[in-house]
Design a protein around this ligand. Structure first.
Ligand code: MG
Length: 164
């Protein structure tokens, strides 16, 4: 018997720099630094996107949206989630649930959790209850603790209606 479940995990890091907006989970967060990257450098969307592609057995973000492609320069990562969502539907997958952990010393991200959850769920065409977002610090340790960057981890469970 094959189970109709597929698990996936994703991880992403971007450096914090001056002169960039801080966008996490599709939400612009007021802060004096922002994340550097080819797209909007949204670590939450990138970790989740990789987890979704991994669960579906469809590779990774870099394969679908290469840095070398100017179409993705400055693109909203919510748009990338939308494209991934369409891909999942084409392959017969539905999102069971996703759990994301954001790692940042500052700014405090917890006040923006609900907004992130709603925006990411809307991009994925799924109910917001299926997307859980947590925020933590590393108690000052490591690159996140020193405020050099922000990291995100994601795990997801996909469901396939007709089994695998
Ligand atoms: Mg990234």
């Amino acid at each position: 018997m094959t189970l109709p479940y597929r698990i996936g995990q994703g991880f992403d890091v971007h450096p914090l720099v001056e002169g960039r907006k801080l966008i996490i989970g599709g939400v612009e967060i007021p802060f004096f630094l922002g994340l550097q990257g080819h797209s909007d450098a949204d670590v939450a969307c990138h970790a989740l996107g990789d987890a979704l592609l991994g669960a579906a057995g469809l590779g990774d973000l870099g394969r679908h949206f290469p840095d070398s492609d100017s179409r993705y320069q400055g693109i909203s990562s919510l748009r990338l989630l939308e494209i991934i969502s369409n891909l999942l539907r084409e392959h017969g997958f539905k999102i069971g649930n996703a759990d994301i952990t954001l790692v940042a010393q500052e700014p405090r991200l917890s006040p923006y959790r609900e907004k992130m959850q709603n925006r990411m769920a809307a991009a994925l065409h799924c109910p917001p209850e299926r997307i859980n977002i947590k925020a933590t610090t590393t108690e000052g340790l490591g690159f996140t603790g020193r405020g050099e960057g922000i990291a995100a981890f994601a795990v997801v469970l996909l469901l396939k209606k007709d089994g695998l």
